[in-house]
Design a protein around this ligand. Structure first.
Ligand code: NCD
Length: 313
């Protein structure tokens, strides 16, 4: 086992404020864990992880749970307001104070931007790490870490890549976090495929124009697919649309067509944070380009790495 160094941060709130060095340590340790997953089965013996999910989740919650169990720890938590005091109107702050007393680390998913930061400010007083599992449309940092882990695993680099992002680039927090992460690793060309009303958030776009990333507002996937190394597909975040009419206007326009892949490079990988709705037809799952289920599986190793760094000793 490689020497277990600490990160420079005690919480994972957003990728934007993480150092490249911390990100690299998490990726390196996750790679070791993927190669020898059973060597780490006692790292978090006796520790408890709290999973506080105010929004639906399958992969993030269960892969954190699996990661904790694989490290020898245990989990507590809730995944809906039903059956908890949230139904009675308990605040985020009070809930975090309680969980800080019950656990050694807290993963939080909440619909509001800023929620993970607020939770970290509260938990800091009790010396308990907070890990964001998604804060509204703002950030989803651990998803970005597993996304770049998957890209790096395939290409052995995180720069000099042509990456296409398609779908809902505005309300997908995975897009913001992925772009913040990529902006720390040299030059990459990012082609953006989206309806004008679902383009990148203006603030994010502005921030990224001052980084190494080359952003291109692409028109047509069919014309550009032959240049791409990575195609990152997203679901329309229906629940975050301010206007249901907009959803009806744009739904279905970014479905991948299998025939498009005929002009793709053989090494093109297709990623998707999942869940998919109808963006990727099932028949594409069989193609060598489809890496989204491997990507989801990598979530366990990346989250094992994060948990060990933040909770392990
Ligand atoms: C994503 C999320 O919650 O932002 N899901 C996930 O964690 N893999 C993407 C989505 O819901 O579309």
């Amino acid at each position: 086992m490689v020497s277990h160094r600490k990160l420079s941060t005690s919480h994972i709130i957003g990728i934007r404020e993480m150092s490249e060095e911390d990100i690299q340590k998490i990726l390196d340790y996750a790679k070791e864990m993927k190669n020898n997953p059973f060597e780490y089965s006692e790292r978090l013996n006796g520790k408890i992880l709290a999973l506080a999910f105010w929004e639906p989740s399958t992969r993030t919650r269960l892969s954190f749970e699996s990661a904790m169990l694989r490290l020898g720890g245990r989990t507590i938590g809730f995944s809906s307001q039903a059956g908890t005091s949230l139904e009675k109107g308990e605040s985020l702050t009070d809930t975090i104070i309680m969980l800080a007393g019950y656990s050694d680390g807290i993963v939080i998913r909440h619909p509001l931007r800023g929620s993970a930061k607020l939770a970290a400010n509260v938990a800091e007083r009790y010396g308990i790490p907070i890990i964001s599992g998604g804060s509204g449309s703002q950030e989803h940092p651990t998803q970005a870490l597993l996304d770049i882990f998957t890209i790096n695993e395939r290409f052995n680099r995180l720069s000099g890549l042509n990456i296409g992002l398609i779908g809902d680039l505005r309300y997908s927090r995975t897009i913001s976090s992925l772009l913040f992460a990529l902006s720390k690793f040299g030059r990459n060309r990012i082609s953006l495929f989206s309806h004008p009303s679902l383009g990148l958030q203006e603030e994010l776009h502005y921030y990224l124009t001052n980084t190494n990333l080359e952003l291109i507002q692409a028109k047509n996937l069919a014309e550009s697919i032959s240049e791409l190394d990575v195609l990152y597909v997203t679901r329309l975040q229906k629940e975050r649309f301010p206007d249901p009419m907009l959803y009806n206007e744009v739904k279905g326009i970014y479905q991948l067509r299998t025939a498009l892949l005929n002009s793709a490079k053989p090494e093109l990988i297709i990623l998707h944070p999942l869940p998919r709705v109808d963006e990727i037809p099932y028949e594409i799952d069989k193609s060598n380009h489809a890496l989204y289920f491997e990507q989801a599986k990598n979530g366990v190793y990346v989250r094992m790495s994060i948990l060990d760094f933040l909770i392990g000793s």
